[in-house]
Design a protein around this ligand. Structure first.
Ligand code: ADE
Length: 260
């Protein structure tokens, strides 16, 4: 069972973890999610958690004393891996999701305002593995939504969470042959909808041709939507057909020594 602790001034943000995939994983005893109200560790009447930044500037900074008491209580004698969501962190990727899915205990510390006093990360960094993590190059109002994103990405990788054991294997960013290729379009019945036809090859029953078509579509989509991912494709993984397609798309592979 994977344990997840989340400390936030808005524990209500985590209501979605009661439903769907993560909710079922909790019911099945795969995940133990515990949310905590940071203000429970504030002692003044106003339950103050923030103060003005040293050095000046806009916004407020979360106070270290409140975080310290909260973290000490939640951690106890244990040693969870600690994640602090912040736009200044290292990127959250499928690779990091896989690494975190292998941990028995994760602790998410959600900052609001301009962030948490940096000494908190320094202090717990002496005892725990602490990572500041960003989910993308945009600024949210707080770490709560970023934690929801990370918990969903991590949760679906836990054994027994996805119905089909292979569902996570061919994700766009999973390791393997299709690594770093985006997935192409998908279709279901009916074969014609409002005049739009399902590509004939998918109805042909020819597995080889279907696989080839899917790979072509994956390459097209990657070149169109994520040229930087396409540029990072290992040329050794491209066959003649792939190269011809990239040529048709006027996509130039970078010289081999620059690609990696
Ligand atoms: N908090 C605010 N913006 C964030 C981001 N992009 N990633 C993680 N945490 C955040």
């Amino acid at each position: 069972m994977t344990r997840l602790d989340i400390i936030s001034i808005f524990p209500e943000y985590f209501a979605p973890l009661d439903v769907s995939l993560i909710g079922k994983a909790r019911e099945r005893g795969i995940l133990d999610v515990r949310t905590h109200q940071l203000r429970d560790w504030a002692h003044d009447v106003h339950k103050t958690v923030d103060d003005t930044p040293y050095g000046g500037g806009p916004g407020m900074v979360m106070k270290p004393e409140v975080w310290g008491e909260a973290l000490d209580d939640v951690i106890g004698d244990g040693a969870p891996r600690m994640i602090v969501p912040t736009p200044s962190g290292r990127p959250f990727t499928q690779e990091l999701a896989q690494e975190l899915a292998a941990e028995p205990w994760l602790l998410f510390a959600c900052g609001r305002y301009e962030g948490i006093d940096s000494r908190v990360m320094a202090e717990y960094g002496t005892r725990l593995r602490v990572d500041e993590v960003s989910i993308g190059d945009y600024v949210l109002a707080g770490g709560e939504v970023a934690v929801l994103v990370m918990v969903e990405a991590i949760g679906r990788l836990l054994p027994g969470v996805l119905g089909n054991a292979h569902s996570a294997v061919d994700d766009s960013f999973a390791p393997g042959a299709m690594r770093n290729l985006l997935e192409g379009p998908v279709y279901t019945k009916p074969p014609v909808w409002r005049g739009h036809e399902v590509p004939a090859v998918l109805l042909s029953g020819h597995h080889g041709k279907v696989a080839r078509w899917r790979r072509d579509e994956a390459l097209r989509r990657t070149v169109a939507n994520r040229p930087e991912l396409a540029a990072a494709i290992d040329p050794a993984t491209l066959d003649k057909h792939d190269r011809r397609l990239l040529d048709e798309l006027s996509f130039r592979l970078p010289p081999e020594d620059v690609a990696h």
